[in-house]
Design a protein around this ligand. Structure first.
Ligand SMILES: NC(=O)c1ccc[n+]([C@@H]2O[C@H](COP(=O)([O-])OP(=O)(O)OC[C@H]3O[C@@H](n4cnc5c(N)ncnc54)[C@H](O)[C@@H]3O)[C@@H](O)[C@H]2O)c1
Length: 436
């Protein structure tokens, strides 16, 4: 395939080298003269293992060219990859000016020819940018309709400098963000021989995936470093702790606890994070990320309360009170906190939780719930039907089915779903998912 790459930086050059190796013809469009000259001599403008040889081989075959002229560079292209920089502005915001210039140049080049290349955005951009900012620029510059006359997709890059060719060859996933059916077909065809899971999602979702990955990597590094500081201060070798921690692929290095939803609670997480934060303070250690956990968790609870109150409900039904389903443990249950806040705001509450039987509560669990919800037994109902006349229902536990939720919606009840009940009509105007 004839592929044009805008931006001869790390991503553009590594992509060019791998695409050449795969037999494609590559033209780089790059404003920096010395980079254009390097490429046209078959030399790499960046330092990255394997890239020099791959570029030289492609150049030798006459399949590699570079130019600073977008129209020349786009001639005959079947696909164009945008790999230009998206640096930070002084305030931390993303500077889209380079990517906007590139897509305008691409649109103008398309306008001046009969070629209809697939336009692929590889630069990292904030969610909503491809559809909301780049598509209109492409349409205006090309005088064509995106999705009808010209296709545009967002295709995040996951390579790491230093191992970029290996990462290109064995990607953790191939993600294509497309807002029109089939837009990414031509792009997928170049990955036929690549062994990686494919995901075709909306452009905004693909853009968010890229940030989600990078945020998580930053969180992992910061987490490991803060745990490392704590361990060192206690005379413990954090590397040995990390070995044991990482060997647990059931609860630790796994999808567990990564499903977007509501605040944590229960008898362990709040207490144990508090103990470590307190110990750090005694040791004069600063652990900003770990110290932020209770604040973030309380914020989740308070935002939910405000979201519920914004509907000015008179009667609220709750499905679930214990900190999770299939237990009657209400110690530090975030739902108990929500219930208490709602009662304090004068809301009438009905709670359905078949796991909670007031007469069977004991010890610290009983004390905790009595301190927070003194008349809990008067709030509990014994069947789901008793929530039918509430004007708003909060689903805390995934213990009910979609049909029940759909029936409430059909009956005009507002449903706020913190649990992600399956088979619910998520498009219903009265349905509100906590993170979807
Ligand atoms: N570097 C990485 O490891 C990596 C990994 C994944 C994603 N990304 C993302 O990919 C994008 C590119 O990153 P990079 O590190 O390759 O950037 P880079 O700064 O190394 O390269 C960008 C290149 O684009 C060129 N350029 C500027 N304006 C242009 C224009 N109008 N037309 C053509 N070329 C133009 C620049 O001269 C430069 O050579 C960024 O959005 C980055 O966040 C980078």
């Amino acid at each position: 395939m004839k592929i044009t790459i805008f931006g001869a930086g790390y991503v553009g050059i590594v992509s060019a080298a791998c695409l050449l190796r795969d037999g494609h013809e590559v033209t780089a469009v790059e404003p920096v003269e010395s980079k254009v000259a390097d490429i046209n001599r078959g030399r790499t403008p960046i330092t990255e293992p394997q890239v020099a040889d791959m570029l030289a081989a492609g150049h030798q075959d006459g399949r590699l060219h570079a130019t600073d002229d977008p129209v020349v560079g786009m001639a005959g292209a079947e696909m164009v990859w945008i790999c230009v920089g998206t640096p930070s502005q002084a305030d931390g915001g993303i500077d889209l000016s380079i990517v906007e210039t590139a897509i305008r140049q691409i649109g103008e080049a398309i306008r001046s020819s009969d070629d209809r290349p697939l336009v692929v955005v590889r630069s990292t951009v904030l969610p909503g940018t491809t559809a909301g900012r780049l598509a209109p620029i492409l349409e205006q510059a090309s005088d064509l309709r995106v999705g009808e006359d010209v296709a545009l997709v967002f295709h995040p890059e996951f390579l790491r400098e230093g191992t970029a060719v290996a990462d290109f060859d064995a990607p953790p996933k191939i993600v294509i963000g497309e807002d029109h059916q089939g837009a990414g077909d031509r792009l997928l065809s170049i990955y036929e021989a690549y062994d990686a899971p494919r995901f075709r999602v909306r452009s905004g979702e693909a853009e968010m995936v890229k940030y989600c990955d990078n945020l998580f990597h930053a969180v992992k590094i910061t987490f490991a470093n803060e745990v490392g500081s704590m361990a060192k201060a206690l005379g413990i070798d954090a590397r040995r702790v990390a070995d044991v921690f990482c060997a647990d692929t059931k609860l630790n290095i796994s999808p567990r606890y990564l499903r977007p939803g509501f605040a944590y609670g229960g008898s362990c997480l709040p207490k144990d994070t508090r103990a470590i934060i307190r110990k750090a303070s005694v040791l004069s250690l600063r652990l900003p990320m770990l110290e932020g956990l209770p604040t973030s968790n309380s914020h989740q609870i308070e935002s939910l309360v405000l979201r519920l109150l914004s509907h000015t409900p008179r009667t609220v039904g709750m499905v679930g009170l214990a900190f999770k389903p299939d237990t009657d443990d209400m110690r530090e249950s975030p739902y108990v906190t929500v219930a208490k806040r709602l009662i304090g705001e004068g809301v009438t509450l009905r709670i359905y939780d078949p796991g909670v039987e007031p007469e069977r509560l004991l010890g610290s669990n009983k004390q905790a719930v009595q301190a927070a919800l003194r008349h809990m037994e008067t709030l509990l109902v014994s069947s789901l039907d008793e929530l039918d006349d509430c004007d708003l229902i909060v689903v805390n536990h995934r213990t009910i089915d979609g049909a029940t939720v759909n029936a409430w919606l059909a009956a005009g009840k507002r449903v706020v779903d913190l649990a992600g009940v399956d088979d619910v009509d998520v498009t219903h105007p009265l349905y509100d998912g906590i993170a979807w």
